[in-house]
Write a protein that binds this ligand. Structure first.
Ligand code: FS2
Ligand code: SF4
Length: 535
């Protein structure tokens, strides 16, 4: 196998993914990507004609989402995606659409899993080892990983009824182009186009979430628990949580969030459920320890799943695009097996009171106090804003982000989002004239909200975003972060500090372009970075 799509890669992962992905599954995911390229060539033309069946769009984003880090480790599930990609391609072919065919247009999947894996080895060579030069390969990979991130956002948005053909059009165009020759400039443009498309996908998701569940409002979330039966929900999907809350109503079960589901407590249409109690645990990389101690059922709605331990394998469930071999998958959103399991299990023996954390500082809440914030900046009471956000992970270098927040001076405000915040989410940072110093904007899926806050501030101060007293201190891990990064580049945002390490798929020359044009820099030490930013 050859995989280097995430931050924790062994650069590359070759024998077994650091994430736990088996080589066979990795090859099948490569084969799926290849099959999607063949499908995209036809879908692209059919969409242009306005004749594409929406099932192809929905399928494509789900299939791409399944190849994101820590989403689907189940070879059988990936195999089914491969067959379906080819079936849909043949359906489109049957309509007589004229395309410039590529090899992937005529790919025939083998019958057995073993043979498919062999075909996957070949697909892996095509995807990663047949490049014209390392810079084009690098840009192609940035595009591919961004597509996976875009697909995740587009899938969440589509689940709630928000779609835009421009997003699908780009996905097909990029997948099709990967099979053809394009020079460096072509691929540089493709990367920026990915950023633009991702902005649209995130905008759709923001409209989907706030349209259905209301704008998040500042909310205190207990970190303790209630005596009684329990289900913990992890991942990112608001709709799955809503369905589960409805299905558990009146059943004597408390529902808790884990990881990136924490911000769900701030949505009016979710927080109204009395049995939606609090937050359990921290970020994804701690799930083995935390789930083992949880006395109820566990539901994974999206990434990041890691190998379930035997101690909880029979009480963890997956849904949507998530999969782990041998773990029960809920296909139809009837969560009865999860509920029955929770009722069988002991639950928490008694109440545990504990501190609370504040969530719900998404764009609507923050911009609601924009006048006050501007006044405090003008009065010199707020000197600087830091957006300390992004993904968490297991590397020790990630303690940088905790230290950064601890050392940020008292007259600075920290905006945060995504699972990286669990390194400091329960710290008491105080407030500045009533404005909390730590503002949780939401999930990684809410990066759009943070961008809107920055754009609104730049408008209010009548300066460009790069001239604002705002610095982006980002941590990345998987492909949604890659997509967000391309969006920031597309928006012309400069001086981003990125860590804990730079992506392995960025070639030295591509990095030079990023540094020269956007002044992207790797994180150094907290003291050096703070000194450099605050002067
Ligand atoms: Fe965190 Fe994992 Fe949110 Fe990423 S829970 S690293 O894939 O999606 O951010
Ligand atoms: Fe390695 Fe990351 Fe790929 Fe997993 S997703 S195999 S950890 S590079």
């Amino acid at each position: 196998m050859f995989c280097r799509q995430c931050e924790q890669t062994a650069n590359p992962c070759t024998k077994l993914g650091v994430c736990g992905k088996q080589p066979d599954t990795a090859y099948l995911q490569d084969l799926l990507t290849y099959a999607l390229q063949g499908l995209a060539t036809y879908a692209k033309e059919e969409l242009k004609e306005g004749k594409l069946d929406s099932k192809v769009n929905r399928f494509t984003v789900e299939a791409l989402f399944s190849t994101l880090t820590n989403v689907n480790f189940d070879s059988e599930a990936i195999k089914n995606f491969i067959y379906e990609a080819v079936n849909l391609r043949e359906e489109l072919k049957g309509k007589g659409i004229k395309v410039q065919e590529t090899e992937a247009c005529n790919f025939k999947p083998a019958d057995s899993l073993e043979e498919l894996v062999k075909q996957g080895e070949d697909a892996n060579r095509k995807l990663f080892h047949s490049y014209q030069n390392e810079d084009i390969q690098s840009l192609k990979e940035i595009t591919l990983y961004s597509l996976r991130g875009i697909a995740a956002y587009a899938d969440h948005a589509a689940i709630l009824g928000k779609e835009d053909n421009s997003v699908y059009a780009f996905i097909y165009d990029a997948l099709d182009s990967m099979q053809r020759n394009g020079d460096l400039n072509f691929w540089l443009n493709m990367v920026l186009k990915a950023g633009e498309t991702n902005l649209r996908a995130m905008e759709l998701l923001d409209a989907a979430n706030t349209g259905r569940y209301g704008h998040p409002v500042p909310t205190a979330v207990p970190l303790g628990y209630k005596k009684g039966k329990a289900i913990v929900v992890s991942g990112h999907d608001l709709r799955d949580l809503e369905i589960l809350l409805k299905q558990t109503e009146g059943k004597g079960i408390y529902v808790y969030t884990h990881g990136e589901m924490l911000p769900c407590h701030a949505y009016p249409e979710l927080k109204k459920y009395k049995h939606f109690y609090g937050h359990y645990g921290t970020a994804w990389q701690n799930q083995q320890k935390e789930f083992a101690q949880f006395p109820g059922a566990i539901l994974m709605t999206t990434n990041c799943i890691i190998r379930p331990l035997d101690s909880y394998k029979d009480r963890i469930f997956t849904t949507g695009v998530v999969g782990w071999p041998g773990v029960k998958h809920i296909k139809d959103k009837d969560f009865t097996p999860v509920i029955e399991k929770a009722l069988e299990l002991p639950g928490f023996p008694e109440d545990k009171e504990s501190k609370t954390v504040m969530v719900g500082f998404a764009r609507n809440a923050v911009l609601g106090v924009a006048d006050k914030v501007i006044e405090l900046v003008k009065a010199g009471k707020i000197r600087h804003f830091f957006l300390v956000g992004g993904c968490d992970g297991a590397k020790p270098g990630r303690s940088y982000y905790t230290e950064f927040v601890e050392k940020a001076p008292q007259d600075t405000v920290i905006l945060t989002l995504a699972c990286g915040k669990f390194r400091f989410f329960d710290k008491e940072l105080g407030s500045i004239d009533g404005i909390p110093r730590l503002l949780d904007v939401g999930q990684c899926n809410d990066a759009y909200s943070a961008i809107q806050i920055a754009l609104a501030l730049s408008k209010a101060f009548n300066v460009g975003v790069n001239e604002l007293p705002l610095s982006l201190i980002l941590s990345w891990f998987e492909q949604k972060a890659v997509a967000i990064l391309t969006t920031l580049l597309y928006l012309g945002i400069k001086n981003i500090r990125l860590g804990p390490s730079l992506p392995a798929f960025v070639s030295p020359n591509v990095l030079k372009v990023l540094v020269d044009n956007f002044n992207i820099k790797p994180i150094k030490t907290v003291d050096e970075d703070l000194k450099e930013i605050l002067g």
